[in-house]
Design a protein around this ligand. Sequence first.
Ligand code: IVH
Length: 665
Amino acid sequence: MSDISDDAERIEELRERINRHDRLYYVENAPEISDSEYDELFKELQKLEQDNPDLVTSDSPTQRVGAEPVSELDKVDHVAPMLSLDAVHSVQEITDFIERARDEAGDTDATFVAEPKFDGLSIEVVYDDGRFVRGATRGNAETGEDISHTLRAVRALPMRLVDAPDTEGQIALRGEAMLPVPSFQKLNRTRVERGDAPFTTPRNAAAGLLRRLDPSQVEETRLAVTFYDATGIDIDTAATQWALLDRLRDLGLPVLGDSVRCGSFEDAKEFHGTLRDSRDDFDYEIDGIVLKLDARGDRDALGTRSRSPRWAIAWKFPPRTEETRIADIVFSVGRTGAVTPVALLDPVEVGGVTVARATLHNIEDVHRKDIRVGDTVRVERAGDVIPEVAERVPQPGVERADPLEMPDRCPSCGAKIERSGPHAHCPAGIACPAQLQARLVHYGARGAMDIEGLGEKTAEQLVERGLVEDIADLYDLSVANLEDLDGFAHQSAQKLHDAIQDRKQVPLDRLLGALGIRHVGADAARRLARAFGTLEALREAATRDIDRVAGIGTETAESVRAFFAEDRNREVLDRLCQAGVSPQPIKDAGSSLEGKTFVLTGSLKNWTREEATEEIERRGGRVTSSVSSETDYVVVGTDPGSKLEDAHDEETDILDEDAFREMLD
Ligand code: IVH
């Protein structure tokens, strides 16, 4: 028997050493020992902890792996509100910022720090006496979601700060979690192979990974973190932002990218230009620079708007674009029968993300942009946005194909396509294999029934082989059925089978959304679920009762009624219920924007104006048409109108699309 106090000492020593090597490897990029030497230390610690279960602590390196999944993400209040940044694009706006900041700080020579603006997931991480206690997403800035369980598996995040135990009290850090672009590409390759939809951007992937309930696969994805701000490190310790960054590094925390101290606008401009030109050389997505007043003591004099500090500003980069060729244009049939042209591109990397297809929206858009097969085009990707064919790049002297024409018949089932204005529609419903396939994918998607593994390839095979003729058939699939599909083995078949069978108790709104009723998106589904409470009540409701629900228009009401009136749908619903699908009444959606007034200007990439309005109203906010002293926020898209100037005059908080999205998140 070994002596317990010897074990305790050795355990402590091993933890210290492992932490140090984690830091050398993940933070400083300068490992001192080989992987196998590291593994040995790790195994020894595991063994000693096994022998001495009383000595296991939650911050031990061994606890990063194999942790139990949580049942849901708890809400946590942030130590300090997680402010966002005003984003600007022009030189004038930056010089204005510098001038105003100096003016208000009462220091005409005030310096600034310019940092890379990382496009990751904002996180708050809290340490108590130098030990990791928890981490959270930004949420609504005051309250976020507890992601401690997944953050523990991120090796780049120290579980103990270097000065610990001298680091007394609480430190709340502010930073970003990011998935390096190569890891993002690797993750997507595996997802596509498994039939899961790829993540659109590294940022979405990081958010998806960290918000998982089960932390088990997070470790292997090599998430990175970086920090740029902290509460709990006072002015005496770090009088400037520059010193604060150094202090964070001294604590063993990752501070990625080189920042610079700027004494003038020219310095900031140089940094902006250099970083913009070299941003493809980094493993992380950088979408601009952040300029911060250096003297932390002067920040109070500038204060904050309700959600962004006045002492910092984001200077964004223009969207990335690349040129490529349109190899072909195909027509894709969606879940509701919409037939849309899709450009198949010679694959091109646009800022680290390979783009091989891009929607062309509709035939009128194609004609307006005059895009044809074989054309060279400019593909654009801004932040989180799905890649888009921005414009044609004329190639003088090169012969062009004929203009694109809408086919007469559905490319999937051959039914005659119906046209209305720019839109085209296949009327065959689920008799059309493409629509059925898309419906299955929609049914199993995250946010709907959340059936992991029911991706496009799987759905395609299920339809092709006649195993599934409507969504209720999913519940009759046996493991043996699934095992036969390409790309499946016993274990994966069992997994998908379980995923289908285990997800039968869902909130009513999720089921309604999953059914893919025309005009019923997440918002309408929530309103209907709240108003009717049960599926039975909604099934039997008359159009006028549905129409009465706030936020549900007549068209939607009619579509809902028509859906539930149709025999085939009623039969599918009965079979779903028999299979054990049991929708649950929903809890209230919350009211994060209660009492807030918004004005929208310019066009947003991710939302139509109506959609943005809905998102705001759903959270209890209001949208008005002009800026006044009553306005809390102006949401600014591309080509904003004079409302942007009004917003400056009124000193209203300005949100770009990213900030708006963050607020909705
Ligand atoms: S400072 C009070 N610095 O960009 C501190 N933010 O679009 C306010 N971001 O919400 C943030 N890199 O999540 C700051 N070097 C950096 C940043 C940074 C990325 C994120 C942050 C913020 C978002 C605003």
